[in-house]
Design a protein around this ligand. Structure first.
Ligand code: PLP
Length: 449
C-alpha cells in the first residue's frame, strides 16, 4: 500500500535530482501503473503523462509488442557480451536498422546503456580520433551553458548546468561553454535570427580564443530539452555547422531527446539540415522500456575506429540483447503505425495549435514548440515580460497545480514544458491543454494571494 511504499522509500532510497529532505517530509508520489498516455498513482488517480516519463515513453505504456520482444529475447539469450569478438542477432540487426534511419554518413553504431554513457563515449572517440590523426593536442570540446548531456563526469562537464558544476569541481579540463540560443530568456528585444547568428558566432570567437589547433569538437542538442525546450532561431544551426567545417571541428549532435520522432523527423538533424560527425541517441530508442543508448559514427571517425587498432572502451551492457530486441520492436511499431509522419503532419501541428492558445493567459509570456515538444514561459507582467522573483517558485507552484489536475508537466525554473507520448490522440491533447489552462488559473490565484 501507499504508506508502506512511502516509508520504505523515505528510509532507504536516494532519488536522482531530488532534494531528499524535502521529499521525505512530503512523501513521494507513488506511481503504480501505466496504460497508453496515462499513469495511475497508488490512490487510483489517473494522470496524463505530459512528459512521456522523462521524454522517452514515446509509444505509451503497456505496448505488448515491446513486452513480448523482451520476453522472447530473455528466453532465447538473456545476455551475452560483445567484447570477445562475438556478436548476436539483436545487436547486429539493430545496428543495421539504425544505419538505415540515420542521416547522411552515419553508418556505424556503438551501443551504450544510457545517454550519459553516449556522451562519455563521444569524448573518448573524438580524442582518440584526433590522436590517430597525429593531433593529440586537439582535446577541447565546446558546449553551451544550460545544455544537458547527462550525469556522468564527462556528461555533466559537457552539460552547462551551473548547479551540477558547482557540486564536485566540474567541468573536467578541456570542456568549455558558450552561450545558448535562448531568445526569450537572453535575447528579448532583438531580432531572433540576428540573435541566433550572434550566439552561433560565439563558437568562432571561442575557437579563435583557444586556438583552432586545440579544439576537437562542438556538441549540442538540436533543441535543448532539460534546459527548457529551447528552440534555436533558424539562423543558428547552419552557422554552427559552417563554423565547424571552416575550422575542421567535429560536430556532435546529442539527439537523446530529439531522436525517434520527437520533432516530427526520425532525427532532428534532418530538420535542421545537419550532417554531424557523431550523433547520440537513447531514451526513445526503446520507448524507455529498457535502458539503451547508441552513438552513431560518420565515415571519417569510423575509419579511425575500424582501422586504428583496439579502442579501449565499452560497457557490460553495450548492445544488451534484450535492450536491442526491444529497440528493434519499437522501431518496427513506429514504422507500422507511421508515428513519425503522424507527428509531422497531424498530431504535432494539432498540439502546437492548441498549445499556442494558452498564449492569451495572463501568466504566459511566450509559447513555443516543435513536433511534440512544447514550452511556455510564466511571467509576472505580460506587457513587460518581467519574471517572478525566484523566491515565488512560480514554476513549482504551477507544476503542483498540474499534478492536482491530473497532468504531469515539468518546470524548469519558470518555464513549463511538455513532451507527451507520440501516440497521444487529439482528444488527449485537448485534455492536456484544458488541464494546463486550469493549472495556470490556479497558479495565478496562488501567486496573487
Ligand atoms: N543528453 C540529453 C540531451 C538528455 O536529455 C539526457 C537525459 O535527459 C542525457 C543526455 C542523459 O541521458 P541518461 O539520463 O540516459 O544518461
Amino acid at each position: 500500500n501507499k504508506g508502506a511504499v512511502q516509508r520504505l522509500d523515505a528510509a532507504h532510497h536516494l532519488h536522482p535530482f531530488t532534494d531528499s529532505r524535502a521529499l521525505r517530509q512530503k512523501g513521494a508520489r507513488v506511481i503504480e501503473r501505466g496504460e497508453g498516455v496515462y499513469l495511475w498513482d497508488a490512490a487510483g488517480r489517473r494522470i496524463l503523462d505530459g512528459m512521456a516519463g522523462l521524454w522517452c515513453v514515446n509509444l505509451g505504456y503497456g505496448r505488448q509488442e515491446l513486452i513480448e520482444a523482451a520476453h522472447a529475447q530473455l528466453q532465447q539469450l538473456p545476455y551475452y557480451n560483445l567484447f570477445f569478438q562475438t556478436t548476436h542477432p539483436p545487436a547486429a540487426t539493430l545496428a543495421a536498422t539504425l544505419a538505415g534511419l540515420l542521416p547522411g554518413e552515419l553508418q556505424q553504431l556503438f551501443f551504450t546503456g544510457s545517454g550519459s554513457e553516449c556522451n562519455d563515449t563521444v569524448v573518448r572517440m573524438v580524442r582518440h580520433f584526433w590522436a590517430q590523426q597525429g593531433r593529440p593536442e586537439r582535446r577541447v570540446i565546446i558546449s553551451r551553458h544550460n545544455a544537458y548531456h547527462g550525469s556522468t563526469l564527462a556528461g555533466a562537464s559537457l552539460g552547462g548546468m551551473a548547479p551540477m558544476h558547482a557540486q564536485g569541481g566540474l567541468p573536467l579540463p578541456d570542456m568549455v561553454h558558450i552561450d545558448q540560443p535562448y531568445h526569450f530568456g537572453e535575447g528579448q528585444g532583438t531580432d531572433p535570427d540576428e540573435f541566433g547568428l550572434a550566439r552561433a558566432r560565439q563558437l568562432e570567437q571561442k575557437i579563435l580564443e583557444l586556438g583552432p589547433e586545440r579544439v576537437a569538437a562542438f556538441i549540442g542538442e538540436p533543441v535543448q530539452g532539460a534546459g527548457g525546450v529551447i528552440i534555436p532561431p533558424a539562423s543558428y544551426w547552419p552557422e554552427i555547422q559552417r563554423i565547424c567545417r571552416k575550422y575542421d571541428i567535429l560536430l556532435v549532435v546529442d539527439e537523446v531527446i530529439c531522436g525517434f520522432g520527437r520533432t516530427g523527423h526520425w532525427f532532428a538533424s534532418e530538420y535542421y539540415g545537419l550532417q554531424p560527425d557523431l550523433l547520440c541517441m537513447a531514451k526513445g530508442i526503446t520507448s524507455g522500456y529498457i535502458p539503451l543508448g547508441a552513438v552513431a559514427v560518420g565515415a571519417r571517425v569510423a575509419e579511425g575506429l575500424i582501422d586504428g587498432g583496439e579502442f579501449f572502451h565499452g560497457f557490460t551492457w553495450s548492445g544488451h540483447p534484450v535492450a536491442c530486441a526491444v529497440a528493434q520492436a519499437c522501431i518496427e511499431v513506429m514504422k507500422q503505425e507511421h508515428i513519425v509522419e503522424r507527428v509531422h503532419d497531424d498530431i504535432g501541428p494539432y498540439l502546437q495549435r492548441r498549445w499556442a492558445s494558452l498564449g492569451d493567459h495572463p501568466l504566459v509570456g511566450e509559447t513555443r514548440g516543435l513536433g511534440l515538444l512544447a514550452a511556455l514561459e510564466l511571467v509576472a507582467d505580460k506587457t513587460t515580460l518581467a519574471r517572478f522573483p525566484e523566491a515565488a517558485g512560480a514554476g513549482l507552484v504551477c507544476r503542483e497545480h498540474c499534478f492536482e489536475q491530473g497532468l504531469v508537466m515539468r518546470a524548469v525554473g519558470d518555464t513549463m514544458i511538455i513532451s507527451p507520448p507520440l501516440v497521444i490522440s487529439r482528444e488527449q491533447v485537448d485534455e492536456l491543454v484544458d488541464k494546463a489552462r486550469r493549472a495556470l488559473d490556479l497558479t495565478l490565484h496562488t501567486l496573487s494571494n
